[in-house]
Design a binder for this molecule. Structure first.
Ligand SMILES: C[S@@+](CC[C@H](N)C(=O)[O-])C[C@H]1O[C@@H](n2cnc3c(N)ncnc32)[C@H](O)[C@@H]1O
Length: 303
C-alpha cells in the first residue's frame, strides 16, 4: 500500500523520519526521496542482511542517513544515541521480508529444504528447531493455538511428538510434510498450505514478535514531535489487535468511569487517530499483488 503509506506519513523535504523495518528498503527508498534535500533518515532492522542491502540501495547524498542493526523495541535508545529527541514520522511494516522467504536460507518457507531456524536476528539464541524438538507436546499445541490460531493444533502437535521420537526435525520441508500428514484432506483449507499457521506461530515465537511490538507501541508518543505521524502495516489479527489497542490507549487514555460528568484522572490524549477503522488494500492492489491481501494499515498523529 505505498500510496496510502505516503499519504499518512506525509513526509516533506528536510524532515527526520524512521523506517523501523527496512527489509528490502522499498518503502525506505520512497521516504528518502521525499525528505531530500536535507532530511534525516534512520533505518532499523534486526536482520543484518537488510542493513547490508539498505547500505547499497539507499542514497547518501542530500540526506543524513543512519542505518542501525537493532530491534525496533529499543528505538528510544537508538534515537537517544543519535542525539535525536523527536522525529516527524515513523513507518513500521511488520513481519518477514521476501528475502527471508526466498533468499535467507533460514527455513521461513515450508516449501524449502533449509535448516529450521527462523531467526530474523541471527544473533539471538532460540531457533525454531529448538522449539519443535524440545517443547512438550502440550506446549506445542498451546503455541500453535495462541500464535497461529491453528484449529488442528492438537493433532499436529501429536504428529510432531511422534515424528521427533524417531529422529530430530531439522529441516523446514521435513516439518511441513509432518504437519501435512496430520491434517485430514477433508479439513485442509483450499486457500492456504496446511503448514502456514504453524510456521507463522513458530516465527512469532522465535522472534518474540508480539512482545517487541507491545514494547515499541507503548513508547510511540515519546518518540514523535508534535504533529509527527506513525503508520503501521500489520499482517495478522494478533499484531493488529496490539496496534489498535495501543493507539486507542494513547488517543483516549482517560480512565474515569463513563458516568462521571468531567474527567478527574487528568490523563490527556497524546495521539489523534488518522484511521478510525483499519485500512485494507484495494481489490485492484490484491489482484496485482496477492501477498498484500492480509495487509492492515493504521495511522496516528502526535498531539
Ligand atoms: C515486511 S519486511 C519490510 C519490508 C520493507 N518495508 C520493504 O519495503 O521492503 C519486515 C522487516 O522488518 C524486520 N523486523 C521485523 N521485526 C523487527 C523488529 N522487532 N525489530 C527490527 N526489525 C524487525 C524484518 O527483519 C524484516 O526485514
Amino acid at each position: 500500500m505505498p500510496d496510502e503509506v505516503a499519504r499518512y506519513l506525509d513526509c516533506r523535504p528536510g524532515q527526520c523520519v524512521v523506517d523501523c523495518t527496512l527489509g528490502g528498503a522499498g518503502h525506505a527508498a520512497d521516504i528518502c526521496r521525499q525528505i531530500q534535500p536535507g532530511g534525516t533518515f534512520i533505518g532499523i532492522d534486526q536482520d543484518t542482511d537488510a542493513i547490508r542491502n539498505a547500505e547499497k540501495r539507499l542514497p547518501t547524498q542530500d540526506i543524513h542517513r543512519h542505518l542501525v542493526h537493532a530491534n525496533f523495541s529499543s528505538l528510544p535508545d537508538t534515537l537517544r544515541d543519535l542525539g535525536i529527541s523527536g522525529v516527524d514520522a515513523i513507518l513500521m511494516d511488520l513481519g518477514i521480508s521476501l528475502h527471508h522467504i526466498e533468499g535467507s536460507g533460514r527455513g521461513f518457507s515450508f516449501q524449502r529444504d533449509e535448516p529450521l531456524d527462523m531467526r530474523m536476528n541471527p544473533n539471538t539464541r532460540v531457533t525454531a528447531r529448538d522449539i519443535i524438538n524440545t517443547h512438550s507436546e502440550k506446549a506445542l499445541k498451546k503455541l500453535f493455538l495462541a500464535l497461529g490460531e491453528e484449529r488442528l493444533a492438537g493433532p499436529i502437535a501429536r504428529k510432531i511428538a511422534a515424528a521427533r521420537a524417531k529422529q530430530p526435525i531439522d529441516r523446514a520441508d521435513q516439518l511441513a510434510k509432518i504437519i501435512t500428514a496430520a491434517v485430514p484432506a477433508a479439513k485442509a483449507s483450499r486457500r492456504i498450505h496446511p503448514a502456514t499457521r504453524v510456521f507463522m506461530a513458530l516465527r512469532i515465537a522465535v522472534n518474540q514478535e508480539l512482545d517487541h511490538l507491545e514494547t515499541f507501541m507503548s513508547a510511540v508518543p515519546d518518540m514523535l514531535k508534535t504533529g509527527g505521524r506513525i503508520c503501521i502495516l500489520s499482517f495478522h489479527s494478533l499484531e493488529d489487535r496490539i496496534v489498535k489497542q495501543q493507539l486507542r490507549a494513547h488517543a483516549d487514555p482517560c480512565t474515569c468511569p463513563p458516568k462521571l460528568p468531567v474527567c478527574t484522572c487528568g490523563k490527556k490524549p497524546l495521539l489523534r487517530l488518522l484511521t478510525r477503522k483499519v485500512v485494507r488494500p484495494s481489490a485492484e492492489e490484491v489482484n496485482q499483488n496477492p501477498m498484500a491481501r492480509s495487509t492492515r494499515l493504521r495511522a496516528a498523529e502526535r498531539l
